[in-house]
Design a protein around this ligand. Structure first.
Ligand code: ZN
Ligand code: ZN
Length: 125
């Protein structure tokens, strides 16, 4: 069996055996095996999760489990949702940290104020 190749010239199909492995039958360039496509996990509207290669994105699918028709979209994939969730968490963490810093700064200022007042009252005595 001849491995399928995808060439930079646009050819994709069976490679031609050459002296250094497979070459492209169109342009003669040494070819690399077709790269593994990224698999996205995309849920149907009812939540059944599909594993679909990137080239299927934008195509409509019918879920074999519930027969719902839907369009495969990277933005709907669990990977993207996970990424968004992680980004949101990072943003939340940053926000919380900012507030914590402000609270600490306020507490320090308040402490200094108390010390200043105590010092003042001692000096006045
Ligand atoms: Zn080629
Ligand atoms: Zn479904």
């Amino acid at each position: 069996m001849v491995a399928t190749i995808s060439c930079s010239c646009g050819y994709s199909g069976p490679g031609q055996p050459g002296s250094k492995g497979l070459v492209c039958p169109l342009c003669g360039e040494p070819a690399v095996a077709a790269p593994e496509e990224k698999i996205w996990r995309v849920p149907c509207p009812k939540g059944h999760v599909f594993r679909a290669p990137e080239s299927w994105m934008g195509k409509s699918m019918v879920c074999p489990k519930c027969n719902e028709q839907f369009t495969l979209q990277i933005s709907d994939s669990l990977e993207k949702k996970e990424e968004l969730r992680r980004r949101q968490e990072q943003a939340d963490a940053k926000f919380a940290k900012t507030w914590l810093n402000r609270a600490i700064a306020a507490a320090v200022l308040f402490g200094l104020l108390i010390i200043a007042m105590v010092v003042m009252s001692v000096i006045r005595r």
